[in-house]
Design a protein around this ligand. Structure first.
Ligand SMILES: [Zn+2]
Length: 136
C-alpha cells in the first residue's frame, strides 16, 4: 500500500507551505460552516469554499507541473512575508505612539518624534532647523 502510494506520488509536486496554509483555511471554514448550520447561507457558502480549496489542494499535490506550482508557492511566500512585515510595522508604530508624540514641522513638513507628557516644549526640526512650540 505504501509502495503503491510512493509510486503514485513519484514525479508529482506534493505538499508545500501554500497547501498547509490552505489546509488551515479549510479547517477554519469547516468550523464556520458547522457553527452556522448547513441550512444557512453562510454555512452553504463556507461548505462550497471548503470543497473548492480541497480540490485545489489535491490538484496541487498531484500536479506534475512543478514550475507552475513553484511560482504559486513563491507568490504565496512573498505575499505572506509582506503582510507579516506590515503587521510588524503597525505594531511598532502603535508601541511608539504610547511613549512618543509625533508632530510635523510647520516649515518643511518633516515628521518629528518627541517624548510624550512633557508639557509645552520647543521642538527643533532636525531637517531645516526651525524651532516650534507644541504640547507633547
Ligand atoms: Zn523642518
Amino acid at each position: 500500500m505504501k509502495e503503491k502510494l510512493m509510486k503514485f506520488m513519484y514525479g508529482r509536486y506534493g505538499n508545500d507551505e501554500l497547501n498547509q496554509f490552505l489546509f488551515k483555511l479549510v479547517f477554519i471554514s469547516l468550523v464556520i460552516s458547522l457553527l452556522s448550520g448547513r441550512a444557512s447561507f453562510l454555512g452553504d457558502l463556507f461548505y462550497f469554499l471548503e470543497l473548492i480549496m480541497v480540490v485545489f489542494i489535491y490538484f496541487r499535490m498531484f500536479s506534475k507541473n512543478f514550475n507552475k506550482r513553484y511560482s504559486e508557492r513563491t507568490a504565496y511566500l512573498n505575499y505572506s512575508s509582506k503582510i507579516k512585515l506590515s503587521l510588524d510595522k503597525q505594531s511598532k508604530i502603535r508601541e511608539q505612539k504610547k511613549s512618543y508624540a509625533f508632530f510635523k514641522c510647520p516649515s518643511c513638513k518633516q515628521k518629528v518624534r518627541v517624548p510624550k507628557g512633557k508639557g509645552k516644549i520647543s521642538i527643533h526640526c532636525p531637517k531645516c532647523g526651525v524651532d516650534f512650540i507644541k504640547k507633547s
